[in-house]
Design a protein around this ligand. Structure first.
Ligand code: WTA
Length: 654
């Protein structure tokens, strides 16, 4: 099954990579072995990579409930007291106050900015004072709905400084989705911008906030950062422009002392069932893990220019644009735009413009740029590049090789990093000086991570095998609970395999002990690296008055990894039509946001169901994958004839 590499990779890690890296193979093995044998000692030691106001006396205090399903409780460094913003800013001021902390590259290539650590300190303090004057304090929840501008990072860090809990909502979500998230965490404060700017197009962020607030009560304050200067409605007493409020406050604001286990942020993510859940991350363990993975995985050294292309609306933006890099005193680049604007050379031009050394992006971007050919890459220099990273979905070996050969000119190791919103930081990944690479494999576990492959019954498989991926021991960066619903946390992650964290991913382990993530085994699909619950798209579809039933599955998509395939049955008397199809697509975009746009909609007179009325998704998946010759056993269907119609009218004909 292993992919044949066209240009064989070096069998061993090249000496140049190992020479500059923090760890070579022997050191990795030694540190990994210690982290597993003595997690308390290992993490006690590495916990000191961040500064503490009161140091902890113990590192780990965690239980996954055990085989009999006891209490799930995860605590790290629990009697330590610290502050994330202090660690990301204040502690660097003496040594690197004048070093650039954030390079901002605007959507328009003529716009960019450099923000030093000293400026960052002043900006974040000012922002914190604006929030504090409006009632934000330790434990408050604050919703942030922002474009990729430095103020998004200031807002996050300002919350952290005050000990408030931020919930960043990706700017591509609809007012309805935003309203759900504001309601769930009970934010009284929303931070937004007048409009966002992506690929030359404006995104009406403030108008979306207004529409969301019309659906949920309880928002007392909206702080609006001016980005485009476009005109927006401002409600007196509730809404204030940030630049006006900022004039009224000083740029000094002490960092609140917070406990290691006090919450840092909530981030909503999709699962198999129900509404998105609020993944809760806390302070100490999260920052230790985010900063340590950032240093070792990207082999970050002082002076490196580091660029992660994610949006701060996703966990990758939290851990690897803001918190990990800034805790390490890095220079982190924040990009407002998109890979193909104004041209498909944009990424590579930005790399040359800012002399980027480390570049971290998603397979979907790589595949779409690969489709534009080599010329737009080759016309740029990319001489500054030293390391490439990939995240968000499995990277197919063809895209891996193109990234390695054309973008990195075989000079740059690729770190294919597997992790999740729930894990807080990178879990399975190569380390550039230590790990021989295999295209398409996330390779081996990071320090302290104990992956296991289990079969459907939970039996732990040994050696080369394939099954479901679980993590057997706690690590400092893991989520602590689902906000407001600890039982849902236990049910979702610790009930499939008692005493183990279930990832929802399938995986293969080869004879070298390398992990190959095969994709989700639950009803979550991964569209362009964005997680989408099929149940969410289904519920958006059935909320349309003409729709009676809907079933949504993923199917292989050349660029997006997976596309969204929806089977829809209509209410009695409704007729399928092209215009209805368009109406349904628009309806889903309105309900959830553009990232949930169905790629294919098939109108079906009936869906395949068991006699007890359960939709047989396995069959729908096979048809969507255009593999209908391998439908398996359909004898348990209530009405086997529906399958013939589904195949006949499939939208995905090869
Ligand atoms: C998938 C993003 C294969 C996986 C950080 C996981 C990957 C889900 C990889 C989490 C990778 C992420 N190789 N699959 N390198 N990275 N995934 O929560 O299915 O947005 O469960 O976190 O993305 O997506 P999330």
């Amino acid at each position: 099954m292993e992919h044949v590499v066209h240009h064989p990779l070096p069998h061993d890690v090249p000496a140049e990579w190992a020479a500059r890296a923090y760890v070579n193979e022997a050191k990795y093995l030694e540190m990994y072995e210690r982290s597993i044998r003595d997690p308390e000692g290992f993490w006690y030691e590495h916990g000191s990579r961040i500064d503490w106001f009161t140091t902890y006396t113990r590192a780990k205090n965690a239980s996954f409930g055990g085989p009999d399903g006891g209490e799930v409780s995860i605590r790290w460094f629990e009697d330590g007291v610290t502050n994330v913003a202090y660690n990301c800013i204040d502690r660097h001021l003496d040594t690197r106050g004048d070093q650039v902390a954030i390079i901002w590259e605007g959507d328009d290539p003529s716009e960019s900015k450099h923000i030093t650590y000293r400026q960052l300190h002043a900006e974040v303090c000012r922002f914190a004072n604006v929030l504090r004057n409006r009632g934000v304090e330790k434990g408050s929840t604050v919703t942030i709905y922002m474009p990729m501008i430095p103020e998004a990072a200031y807002a996050m860090l300002a919350c952290a400084r005050l000990g408030a809990i931020h919930s960043v909502v990706f700017g591509g979500f609809s007012p309805d989705s935003l309203a759900d998230r504001i309601r769930d965490c009970g934010s009284k404060m929303v931070i937004t911008a007048d409009e966002g700017l992506r690929g030359g197009r404006k995104v009406p962020l403030k108008a979306n906030v207004d529409a969301a607030i019309a659906k949920v009560g309880g928002v007392d304050h909206v702080v609006v950062v001016r980005r485009t200067g476009g005109s927006v409605d401002m409600e007196a007493g509730r809404d204030v422009y940030y630049h006006e409020a900022a004039e009224q406050v000083t740029d000094e604001c002490p960092a609140e002392h917070v406990d290691a286990e006090d919450p840092l942020f909530i981030l909503y993510t999709s699962g198999s069932t129900g509404k998105p859940k609020g993944v809760l991350h806390t302070t100490g363990g999260y920052l230790v893990f985010a900063s340590m993975t950032h240093q070792y995985v990207f082999d970050y050294h002082d002076g490196d220019i580091y660029w992660c292309t994610a949006d701060v609306g996703w966990v990758t933006g939290h851990s690897y644009i803001v918190y990990g890099p800034l805790a390490n005193g890095a220079t982190t680049l924040m990009f407002e735009g998109v890979p193909n604007y104004p041209t498909v050379s944009r990424f590579w031009e930005v790399i040359d413009k800012h002399k980027v050394n480390i570049f971290y992006t998603a397979p979907t971007a790589i595949r779409s740029l690969m489709g534009a050919g080599d010329a737009p890459v080759k016309k740029t220099s990319r001489a500054s590049l030293r390391l490439l990273g990939s995240v968000g979905e499995p990277i197919n070996p063809e895209a891996w090789e193109w990234y390695y050969e054309v973008v990195g000119e075989k000079r740059c190791p690729i770190v294919d990093t597997w992790w999740q919103t729930e894990t807080g930081g990178i879990m399975i990944t190569p380390l550039p000086g230590a790990t021989r690479l295999k295209p398409g494999s996330a390779t081996r576990p990071f320090f302290g991570v104990v992956p296991q492959v289990v079969d459907a019954e939970g039996k732990v498989l040994e050696g080369a095998c394939e099954g479901n991926l679980v993590i057997a021991e706690s690590w400092p960066g893991q989520m602590r609970t689902v906000f407001g619903d600890h039982q849902r946390f236990v049910d979702t992650y610790f009930s499939a395999y008692k005493g183990k964290y279930f990832t929802g991913d399938g995986c293969r382990r080869d004879a070298d002990g390398y992990y190959w993530i095969t994709g989700r085994v639950d009803d979550v699909i991964n569209v362009s690296g964005h997680r989408m619950g099929t149940a969410e798209v289904e519920s958006a579809l059935v909320s349309h008055p003409k729709v009676s039933e809907a079933a949504v599955v993923g199917y292989p998509h050349d660029i997006k990894g997976q596309g969204i395939y929806a089977y829809v049955t209509l209410m009695q008397g409704e007729e399928p039509s092209e215009s209805l199809r368009k109406e349904l697509v628009a309806h889903v975009r309105k309900e959830i946001g553009p990232i949930a746009t169905p790629d294919l909609i098939q109108f079906a007179p009936g869906l395949p169901k068991t006699r007890s009325g359960k939709i047989m998704r396995r069959i729908l998946r096979k048809i969507a994958e255009d593999e209908f010759s391998a439908l398996g056993d359909t004898s348990t269907l209530a009405d086997p004839a529906v399958v013939d119609d589904l195949i006949e009218n499939r939208q995905n004909r090869a």
